[in-house]
Design a protein around this ligand. Sequence first.
Ligand SMILES: Cc1cc2nc3c(=O)[nH]c(=O)nc-3n(C[C@H](O)[C@H](O)[C@H](O)COP(=O)(O)OP(=O)(O)OC[C@H]3O[C@@H](n4cnc5c(N)ncnc54)[C@H](O)[C@@H]3O)c2cc1C
Length: 505
Amino acid sequence: MNYEVIIVGGGPVGMLLAAELALAEVNVCVLERLKETTPYSRALTLHPRSLEILDMRGLKPKLLETGKPISTGHFAALDTRLNFSKLDSSSNYTVFIPQHDTEKVLEDWARELGVGIHRETEVKSISQDEHGVEVTAVGPEGKLVLTADYLVGADGAGSIVRKHAGIPFVGTSETITAILGDVVLTELSEPSIFSQFNEQGQIMVVPLKNGLHRIVAIDPERVHVPKSEPVTLEELRSAMVRMLGSDLGISDPYWLSRYGNATRQAERYRDGRIFLAGDAAHIHFPAGGQGLNVGLQEAMNLGWKLAAELKGRAPEWLLNSYQSERFPINTALLRNTEVQTFLMGSAFTSDMINVRCMLSDLLLVPEANYKLASQISAFNIQYASAADDLPHELNGRRLPELKLSSADGALRNTNAYELFRTGSYVLLHFAEDDRIRDVVEAAGAKCICLVCASLELEAPDWSDVHTVLVRPDGYVAWAVSRSESNPMNVIATGISRWCIHPSIR
Ligand SMILES: Cc1cc2nc3c(=O)[nH]c(=O)nc-3n(C[C@H](O)[C@H](O)[C@H](O)COP(=O)(O)OP(=O)(O)OC[C@H]3O[C@@H](n4cnc5c(N)ncnc54)[C@H](O)[C@@H]3O)c2cc1C
């Protein structure tokens, strides 16, 4: 069967990307080897920017049905927590939600949008030529050969797509491992959250659903045990007794696992008609709860670009901007997880305890705390402007939750994020100039939703904005200032540069 896009891997990244493509009316399928979403949740967090992008698509209420908002996060499990509540957003918290539940919400949404999801289907090989890709898989009914215009590997760390595309996974192998246990702790009378770093190791305890707690521990006596060696309850108990002075009545392990700090990034995220996203493109020590979050942001970045290419409206540079925008962000992500690994797992000495105390004190300085909170939450992202866009300080930044009203009454103190349900570009016009409609019409861009509005609440940096084009993933493509002498010309050129293929300009 022929598709426009085949996605290998139906984890969180594959499911969100599939939904984004289906929203843009792309014929897409997901090939996933598991029969159902795994009940063992690696990730437990959805950070503020991930929540914002999912809010744009109307999914936040669903996530909050099972997830619990927490206003703080952590960096290297330092005692001073990162304060997300200072972020300028109604999503100024992390949602504590097991990966299983996040995946369920994303899969349900993808199904609602008509994505063909083939479970129990394992991809065995892929190939490409200049016309398309071919995938061989084995499913419940035997061998399957599928073709598509493009293929995305969202198939996790061991990605077969990355291997068959010949893309090197550059970086370092694991030097330490940590242990994880989802267990019952009979000596805790109520759900508790705490962490401890001392000369015996580093340990975090977090409450889960169903009376379980998650324990993650870096035990200096066990850090060189390879990831492949199964964890025993006894091993976890012994680490707890040494680090906490008690095993807290540990029993009934639901899931025991070991994970490492291998840190790698795909040398490139694209090879011809093949793309990589999520763990297939980068791996690192799970510190600060970032991997899944970053993967979701990649899915949001790639979806609309791939759709624009397939629908013949993408400018020639757009699809390659997936790599140029996301690669440096993930390089920074790998560095921040390496620093955290160093602070949590390299030495359990009084010197390291002193370093951690000092850093923890520094995080009491609001500006320092804000800087790291905005990094972990991905609020600090600013994509580079397209080469020919007129400079404006908003270019490449995330759209904040502006409160908008319109003369026709359609918007009344409305959160701008509600304008992004359909995944179109949004052209926000604040200058009450009727010529804007003609400019949009003359440009012939069908993928733009024009909104003429006024700001209900003042927003920093927005008072001089005449018109702004916001991308489907909620970042500003370009903004035009009110002092611009010929704004309609600049707007027409900006629309043409971003939303129209040169052959039809
Ligand atoms: C202990 C631990 C804790 C973590 N905690 C957090 C956290 O709190 N917050 C956070 O953001 N991140 C966290 N992470 C990271 C997070 O779990 C991953 O980044 C995330 O799962 C990546 O999603 P993905 O969709 O890219 O890949 P995956 O979730 O790995 O999904 C890949 C999918 O592809 C399928 N697949 C693979 N090969 C094939 C094939 N050949 N054919 C068909 N299907 C295939 C797999 O079955 C799988 O379903 C944690 C990781 C670990 C190990």
